[in-house]
Design a protein around this ligand. Structure first.
Ligand code: NAD
Length: 298
């Protein structure tokens, strides 16, 4: 086993996370189904592989940052999956946001094969991924977390050990359900104020310093032009896709059903994002584009 780190999934989040591992001086091999996604990493000094197994089989630590549970299962399980290919003792860290049950199943299978596996979904958006200030919510055993910690430190600022396998996913799903509710609520409040003639920048400043303050008003305003470096000010390109927020709200709904929990606001947010995602190309736009569901066209 070499001291190389493997990183699979170089999308909006994975690419800047992998770049931060390189900047911290780690030897890195990368793979993504989309060859374009690997170019920037290669230019920055990473080795590019032919497949997930190709880059992971001799790595001491493997990170995955994939869209949804089905992609994660595809990469880890089956004949050509990572679980069968990597050496005993390898630490596997899945940073994707997926259902807790899949994380638990994979961690149990990994343990049987002498592998250490963590679920470590993140919060902080693409801005946090680029700045290396992500929050990691980790599920799994202490020894695996201690091995992964120096690498997580290169990509994030806050590392929380939420509990056993799957606990990181539960924490993440609760957080993102709240985020979906807050973003829809912020869009709704801004659209109401603007319909009454208020300047969205002035209303945003007021709410950011009053009791309506939240992550959207402070760091990720959904109204175009109010903040310079957010997706709303670049036609909702980049950032966190509406389709991924819809996935997370669906995970929250499933999690609620499994424990007979009531999540009426989470369900309402899921329905709002489902309506929005069904129109045109909205599923691929940043989730703050939910504003367009409320905005009155002049
Ligand atoms: P993305 O769609 O931009 O990137 C996913 C990447 O995975 C793509 O480049 C895709 O080609 C690659 N991929 C898919 N299947 C693959 C396979 N079998 N082998 C190799 N590569 C494969 O998604 P993202 O925005 O980077 O999000 C990734 C995960 O992080 C999601 O679970 C998302 O919910 C979560 N997340 C995203 C954000 C955000 O702001 N974008 C924030 C926190 C968490």
């Amino acid at each position: 086993m070499s001291n190389t780190i493997a990183f699979i999934g170089l999308g909006h989040m994975g690419k800047p996370m992998a770049l931060n591992l390189l900047k911290a001086g780690h030897s890195l091999k990368v793979f993504d189904l989309n060859a374009e996604a690997m170019k920037e990493l290669q230019e920055a000094g990473a080795q590019v592989g032919e497949s997930a197994v190709d880059i992971a089989k001799e790595a001491q630590m493997v990170f995955t940052m994939l869209p949804a549970g089905r992609h994660v299962r595809q990469v880890y399980e089956g004949e050509n999956g990572l679980l069968q290919a990597v050496a005993p003792g390898t630490v596997l860290v899945d940073c994707s946001t997926i259902d807790a049950q899949t994380s638990q199943d994979l961690a149990a299978k990994a343990a049987k094969l002498g592998l250490l596996m963590l679920d470590a979904p993140v919060s902080g958006g693409t801005g946090g991924a680029i700045a290396g200030t992500l929050t990691f919510m980790v599920g799994g055993e202490d020894p695996a977390l201690e091995k992964a910690r120096p690498y997580l430190d290169a990509m994030g600022k806050n590392i929380f050990h939420a509990g056993k396998a799957g606990a990181g996913q539960v924490a993440k799903i609760c957080n993102n359900m709240l985020l979906g509710i807050l973003m829809a609520g912020t869009a709704e409040a801004l659209a109401l104020g603007v319909a009454h003639g208020l300047d969205p920048a002035v209303l945003s400043s007021i709410m950011a310093r009053s009791s309506g303050r939240n992550w959207a008003t402070e760091l990720y305003n959904p109204w175009p032009g109010v903040m310079p470096d957010v997706p709303a000010s670049r036609d909702y390109q980049g950032g966190f896709a509406t389709g991924l927020m819809l996935k997370d709200l669906g995970l929250a709904a499933d999690a609620a059903v499994s424990q007979n929990s009531a999540t009426p606001l989470g369900e309402l947010a899921r329905n709002l994002f489902a309506l929005h995602a069904a129109q045109g190309q909205n599923a691929g736009l940043d989730f703050s584009s939910i504003l367009n569901l409320y905005r009155q066209k002049s």
